[in-house]
Design a protein around this ligand. Structure first.
Ligand code: XIL
Length: 345
């Protein structure tokens, strides 16, 4: 009897183990299960230094967004000097490994080089500066970058336009001009507007849509909207996500879930990372993906995570808090949210 129960328990244990392993098996890439691209933001330093980071990037994702090195302070550090070295190495990485490259970002109020912040000139000097910036970069990466976040984070939460340096120097028309310059430089690239909280703040979303629709009616090419989705276990609700996707699709824009991460500790409390927190996180990711799966195929540009493992996430350093927002843990083991994603794609 003892032996029988031992055998029974042993087989039961093996069965559980097998199930656990098979559910969370990350030996086949996520993107191979997906009908739309699955992306990650890539940190070029980690890519060069950490073989495990690199191998997960190659195996799991088929779309790459440079986390920092396509931003103005990196690419355009001096008025007459563009630094292509690191960006070109990322282009080669993408070409060698058959990854789509998403250009992030051309016009933003952050991570600007000092010379732009200090620049003195008339409105038309500023327009020229913006034109040269956009067109030099897009021409350099023509046929290598599929799509660009042309303008990033131009709105405030109350739906008004952010008083960024671009708006101060050029006026509200800077957004229209940025898209016009972009189209002129590379008519084949997809052009996106990218922002945060669009899934949870209808006031902001409506203002973004109103402005983009207005530009479109005047013939400006805008292909899609990047919804960053730096979200947390505690918001948004599924209905908010569904409504935002629906409204954007109804207005005929592709949707890029462009910077997805799910904070388990948005208020920066003292926490103990627990199974409950990770399961809540997994369930919310499932909700995002289920809603994304429902939008028509031609609008699914893809879902991009803002990093690979918790230890590389910008959230920890930027907000200086304990957090675990990504698919892989600090030891590069797939978390419950990875498993959920695999089952939901
Ligand atoms: C973040 C990067 O992840 C950090 O490494 C950097 O220090 C600051 O910028 N919205 C965006 C991204 O559009 O470019 C930001 O990336 C995160 C918020």
């Amino acid at each position: 009897m003892k032996i029988i129960s031992f055998i029974f328990l042993f087989t039961f244990f093996l069965g559980c183990k097998r199930e656990e392993i098979s559910i969370c098996d990350d030996s086949i890439g996520l993107f191979t299960f997906s009908s739309y691209p699955i992306g990650t933001a890539i940190d070029i330093i980690e890519l060069g230094n950490d073989p495990l980071y690199k191998s997960i990037a190659i195996k799991q994702f088929n779309s790459i967004t440079p986390e920092n090195i396509f931003k103005a302070e990196y690419l355009h550090p001096e008025p007459l000097f563009f630094n292509w070295t690191e960006a070109d190495s990322l282009v080669s990485f993408c070409q060698n490994n058959n990854k789509r490259l998403h250009g992030h970002t051309l016009i933003w109020h952050q991570q600007l080089p000092q010379w732009i912040l200090d620049y003195q000139g008339s409105t038309s000097d500023w327009e020229q500066l913006m034109k040269v910036h956009i067109q030099t970069i897009m021409t350099h990466f023509k046929n290598k970058v599929t799509a660009w976040d042309v303008v990033n984070e131009a709105f405030n939460e109350d739906g008004t336009l952010r008083n960024s340096i671009w708006k101060q120097k050029i006026g509200v028309s800077y957004i229209e001009k940025a898209f016009l310059y972009a189209k002129e430089a590379d008519p084949n690239a997809l052009l996106f507007y990218n922002d945060f909280n669009l899934e949870s703040n209808p006031t902001k979303r409506n203002s973004v849509l109103a402005l983009l629709n207005n530009l479109r009616n005047r013939g400006v090419k805008i292909d899609g909207i990047g919804i960053q989705m730096h979200i947390s276990n505690y918001y948004p609700e599924s209905t908010q996500i569904a409504n935002s996707f629906q409204e954007i699709v109804d207005d005929n824009y592709k949707i890029h879930v462009s910077e997805l991460d799910i904070s388990v500790n948005p208020l920066g409390k003292d926490i103990v990372p627990s199974e409950t927190l990770f399961n809540e996180q997994a369930n919310l990711l499932g909700t995002v993906v289920i809603n994304y799966n429902k939008i028509p195929k031609q609008y699914q540009y893809g879902i991009t995570f803002w990093g690979i493992s918790d230890k590389n996430s910008w959230i920890r350093s930027f907000y200086n808090r304990e957090d675990y927002p990504l698919l892989y843990d600090d030891n590069y083991l797939p978390k419950p949210c990875y498993c959920k994603l695999l089952r939901t794609l």
